[in-house]
Design a protein around this ligand. Structure first.
Ligand code: KG4
Ligand code: ZN
Length: 342
């Protein structure tokens, strides 16, 4: 039997400090995620300086824990993988520095991973085989991107948001509605009691064959609905019943899902996709998972969705994708830098 390839993955691109050991790209030996939700909650969003400082405090204990849980000694891992882009530069730097230091100290190969591509790997990790090409949708706090996916390592960006990302829209609308941070899970919970047809919010499709996304108009429509068209009045949210708030949350969520499903369908047609992949924090949303599932059934396409535990930021997806780079012999060197963009 071939020797197992164990990769230590590290993720610090935004507000989770995460480390994981994955064997052969599929067998999860450990996964540790130190969340910073409590730290950022009172600011209603991620504060980069606080995030970076928390990564510095957590990186050593998180990596140590991941190695202990696996269990494996650092000398026995085959490579060290780091998500070095895109994200908050001062957060990324912490993980990149830790990974480079470990690689140097242990003389192990270093593998650079694109965080957004890793979100898609989370959708592929449990699949035995995948019919390609696939249309791949990543919906996170920072990205709404459609890719033409020819393999785990061949991803061509064919659509992206021209303003807010889908997760960002969830977070902003939750804040307008006075719902707790992070907004996505709060909207989903509140929407369960609401009527998705109660308010007809706009669905921005852009040009007829565009695969790009725009969510800022939808966010503004929710704001107008809550504050009046001239935006001069006080927010009416404090006077709204729980039912009214639930109806707005459900109607907003439905508008986002409709756009994401319609654009993915356009993507299928454009690249003649056989499979649809879904990953990223917003992929945890049940309405989105179900919306895409029904569309895929109607179109006769297979949908592969990241397991809920791997939708939001984690290092399993980093270590798993790194296996494909390891096999292809694609390594980074110690000049590797953190990059805010892809
Ligand atoms: O992928 P992720 O953890 O971080 C980035 O790479 O940005 O995504 C975080 C985003 C946040 O905007 C959060 O509100 C959203 O994912 N999110 C959700 C749900 N869970 C997390 N959005 C909608 N429904 C959810 N259940
Ligand atoms: Zn992410």
């Amino acid at each position: 039997m071939a020797k197992e390839i164990n990769i230590l993955g590290i993720e610090t691109s935004c507000d989770e400090t995460a480390a994981s050991v994955v064997a052969d790209g599929k067998i999860v030996k450990s996964s540790v995620v130190a969340s910073q939700v409590k730290l950022h909650e009172r600011f209603g969003g991620v504060v980069p300086e606080l995030a970076s400082r928390a990564h510095i405090e957590k990186i050593y204990p998180v990596v140590t824990q991941a190695l202990e849980d696996a269990p494996i000694k650092i000398e026995d891992v085959d490579a060290i993988a780091i998500a070095n882009q895109p994200g908050l530069t001062i957060s990324l730097i912490v993980g990149v520095t830790a990974a480079k230091t470990l690689a140097l100290a242990t003389d192990k190969p270093l593998i650079a991973i694109n965080h957004v591509h890793a979100h898609l790997q989370a959708a592929m990790i449990e699949a035995e085989s995948i019919d390609l090409p696939a249309i791949a949708l990543v919906v996170s706090g920072g990205h709404t991107s459609l890719y033409d996916c020819e393999s785990a390592l061949e991803l061509e960006l064919i659509g992206s948001t021209i303003d807010d990302a889908a997760g960002e829209a969830f977070d902003k609308v939750a804040s307008i509605l006075g719902l707790p941070y992070p907004g996505g899970p709060s909207i989903e919970k509140t929407a369960k009691n609401g009527n998705p047809k109660a308010v007809r919010f706009p669905r921005s499709m852009l040009k007829k064959d565009s695969l790009d996304f725009s969510f800022s108009g939808l966010k503004t429509a929710v704001l107008y609905h809550c504050q009046g068209q001239d935006m001069k009045g006080e927010s009416k949210v404090s006077e709204m019943s729980d039912q009214e708030i639930a109806d707005i949350a459900a109607s907003f969520q439905q508008a986002v899902v409709d756009v994401l499903v319609a654009k993915t369908k356009r993507g299928i047609e454009k690249i003649k996709a056989k499979t649809v992949l879904l990953g990223g924090g917003v992929a945890a949303n049940t309405a989105l998972r179900e919306g895409l599932q029904s569309m895929c059934e109607a179109e006769g396409k297979k949908l592969l969705v990241a397991p809920r535990s791997l939708c939001t930021d984690n290092a399993v997806m980093v270590a798993s994708l790194a296996y494909h780079k390891y096999k292809a012999g694609i390594f980074a060197d110690l000049t590797l830098e953190a990059k805010a963009t892809s």
